[in-house]
Design a protein around this ligand. Structure first.
Ligand code: FEO
Ligand code: CA
Ligand code: CA
Length: 696
């Protein structure tokens, strides 16, 4: 499809450059790349370091002659270093509040046999046969009491701040009682081409409304029929409903709060930030709050009169180039020449207490600043909160935070107040992975968590605690961690206590600064040789991996772990793919794993973003233990142009929530000429959260 550039919207930063045709990365359009991450892939990866200590010659040699796995090993061969002892690990697993639903272990989603959904390009949400779905909440639906009904032709800043925001991503579900729950959702980014009728709004209004359409929403949902379905409770009867947006005050906590480098004209104390931006994935804590990652925040800042030379190296490492969205013309804080510290106030993990709609959401500086995909909490053997995190950039790192204080599970009011402080003090670490050689036919090895800083002490030469937390990427570079292939969701499995990380893809793996290693084994030349799909540029790891980490001694606070690549995604007929040892002729093709989650049986659920195998994105179920370990089965696909986010399975295994983000975001599409009309309630697409369940 040829891109269209409506001439009457000259100030909009339109995604597809004139004449741009075809997709950039598989199914991912020019529009998605521009609006979501500011065309990050057009820049060299911002990690310039050369500390490829895992420059494993064996792995490289094996890579050149093909992969040893080839489906010849049994599942049992994947036991890593003889230390997999899941029985012991289970006790140390996460203790998140049970999501709504009576624990059964025999519900429909974790246990059901289903015929996988075939790859397709339909403009529909397609579930496996025997399942159905409902749309729970759409872009524009009223969230807070008194919010106006949505009208695409009458959007205002005020309405956007009261309605469900654009491009839903993370989905959390926190119980109010057995039948009612709070649905907490991120709104990652906006697509001005698809949101606004051509010529209906001034350029400045488009900017203001787009800024207001970011953030997060809390909406009350209630069980519905058939079993497993959920519907919204009306805003007028939902005192918890809340919209967090660009005018919402967020409090900075931890060592960087008040630092001179987070002070601005509007906030001379450096403690209160307006809004949260580019919120991607997240996690629900054992104490009943939601964590949300500020991801590609770097793209929202304009150069103005020029970049502040004091921060040249820091801006560069974070990809803050000053080629923003022009938002500086409607709000000077987005003009770097006027407010050079404003970007230092984004890139954090946000914590929201949805049970208290009057609470001030917080940005926890103790968890470091980078392109946070999300954060998920496990409890260590002795009760410390451990947050696992990924920095979603080619060649960036996996992180972990361990709280100084212990979680109090007594359930009292005082205990909750204590637990709400857990993420303000502790120690931040970055991961180093070392392969054990590929003679064993496996991509596996050992890992170490390298300390960066605690709240009282820096472990990085020449950097203070504040330096480390504010410029975490630069601090991590100094301790030589492993450059990973875009770490996305990193989530502990509550059943087996292992930690699973999606490494979504890496178009540059194999270049001089990023040679392959055993944890990131696919270089572009190997992919070209083995996958028939046409390539437009050096492609590296195109289909992604799922990394499985086993904490040392089963304790999430241990400083060592073992690891293996549980999945090497792609077309199962491609020789490099690996599905935990499962028979490759019996799995679904899967590409670009992004968000991960677990059902009550411990099965892994994976949503994808940017399928390069010719299908729409979707959600997959994968057992991680037993004879079916590695049996990837596609449970659903999302509509054309969309990515699948969430996903979330309720603890009774009856409901799968999926956020359908950017339906119809295909080059050339516009509000008037949509590439999708899903969910088919209007003439244009509306990003929405759906719930899938077993048909009656
Ligand atoms: Fe917003 Fe890393 O995906
Ligand atoms: Ca190995
Ligand atoms: Ca994501």
């Amino acid at each position: 499809m040829t891109s269209v550039r409506p001439e009457n919207r000259p100030l909009l930063a339109l995604a597809p450059a004139s004449g741009a045709e075809g997709n950039r990365h598989g199914s991912r359009s020019h529009m998605t790349c521009f609006f979501r991450c500011g065309n990050a892939c057009d820049q060299p990866e911002p990690n310039p370091t050369d500390h490829v200590h895992v420059r494993d010659e064996i792995a490289r040699a094996v890579g050149r002659r093909g992969f040893l796995r080839g489906g010849t090993l049994t599942a049992g061969a994947l036991i890593v270093g003889g230390v997999v002892h899941s029985g012991g690990l289970a006790a140390a697993a996460t203790q998140a509040p049970r999501r709504p639903g009576a624990p059964s272990g025999h519900g429909s989603l974790g246990q059901a046999a289903f015929t996988p959904v075939e790859p397709n390009r339909r403009d529909a949400f397609v579930t496996a046969q025997g399942f159905d779905h409902d749309v729970v909440v759409r872009w524009g639906d009223p969230v807070v009491q008194g919010a106006p009904e949505f009208d695409a032709h009458a959007q205002t800043v005020e309405s956007a701040r009261q309605q469900f925001g654009y491009n839903c991503d993370y989905v959390g579900l926190l119980p109010l009682d057995d039948d009612e729950a709070l649905l907490v959702v991120n709104h990652e980014y906006t697509d001005e081409n698809l949101m606004f009728p051509t010529g209906a709004y001034s350029a400045d209004d488009v900017k203001r409304i787009s800024i207001a359409s970011h953030g997060m929403s809390v909406v009350t949902v209630r069980r519905h029929k058939p079993a497993g379905s959920w519907k919204r409770t009306g805003p007028g009867r939902s005192p918890h409903n809340r919209r967090l947006h660009d005018a919402t005050v967020f409090e900075l906590t931890g060592p960087v709060a008040g630092d001179t480098r987070v002070r601005t004209t509007a906030d001379p104390a450096g403690r209160n930030v307006l809004g949260t931006l580019n919120n991607c994935a997240g996690g629900t804590t054992p104490w009943g709050t939601v964590l949300s990652g500020e991801e590609n925040f770097n793209q929202y800042f304009d150069k103005g009169a020029g970049l502040d030379p004091r921060y040249a190296a820091q801006y560069a490492r974070y990809g803050i180039t000053g080629s923003g969205r022009g938002w500086g013309t409607v709000d000077p804080r987005f003009d770097l020449s006027k407010e050079p510290h404003e970007p230092h106030r984004f890139g954090w993990i946000v914590e929201v207490d949805p049970y208290d709609p009057t609470s001030t959401p917080r940005k926890h500086t103790m968890l470091g600043r980078f392109k946070h995909e999300g954060a998920n909490i496990a409890l260590s053997t002795d009760g410390h909160a451990v947050a696992y995190m990924g920095d979603d950039e080619r060649g960036d790192y996996l992180y972990r935070f361990v709280s100084a204080a212990k979680y109090d599970g007594s359930g009292t009011k005082a205990a909750r107040a204590h637990n709400l402080t857990l993420l303000t003090k502790g120690t931040l670490y970055v991961a180093k992975l070392v392969g054990d050689g590929t003679e064993d036919g496996l991509f596996d090895g050992t890992g170490t968590w390298l300390p960066l800083a605690s709240d009282t002490q820096s472990f990085v030469d020449g950097m203070s605690v504040q330096d480390v937390l504010l410029f975490t990427r630069l601090a991590a570079d100094k301790v030589a961690p492993t450059k990973m292939d875009r770490p996305e969701d990193v989530e502990p499995n509550p059943v087996n206590g292992k930690v699973y990380a999606a490494l979504t893809n890496n178009s540059n793996r194999g270049n001089a600064a990023m040679p392959v290693d055993e944890a990131n084994p696919l270089a572009s030349s190997q992919v070209r040789a083995s996958i028939a799909a046409p390539l437009t540029k050096a492609s590296g790891n195109r289909n992604g991996y799922v990394l499985e980490m086993t904490p040392g001694g089963g304790d999430h606070a241990a400083t060592t772990f073992t690891w293996d690549l549980f999945l090497v995604c792609g077309d199962p007929s491609a020789p490099e793919t690996w599905f935990g040892g499962f028979d490759k002729s019996k799995v679904s093709p899967i590409s670009c794993p992004d968000n991960v989650s677990f059902d009550s049986a411990g099965n892994l659920w994976i949503s994808t973003d940017g399928n390069v195998l010719g299908s729409n994105d979707g959600v997959f179920r994968v057992p991680v233990a037993g004879p079916n370990r590695g049996q990837v089965q596609q449970f659903c696909t999302v509509p054309k142009g969309a990515e699948a986010c969430g996903p979330l399975v309720t603890d009774d295994d009856r409901s799968l929530f999926v956020a359908v983000q950017h339906p119809g975001e295909i080059d050339g599409a516009s509000f008037e000429q949509p590439a999708s009309t899903w969910p088919h309630t209007d003439a244009f697409p509306r990003p929405s959260v759906v719930v899938a369940f077993k048909s009656r």
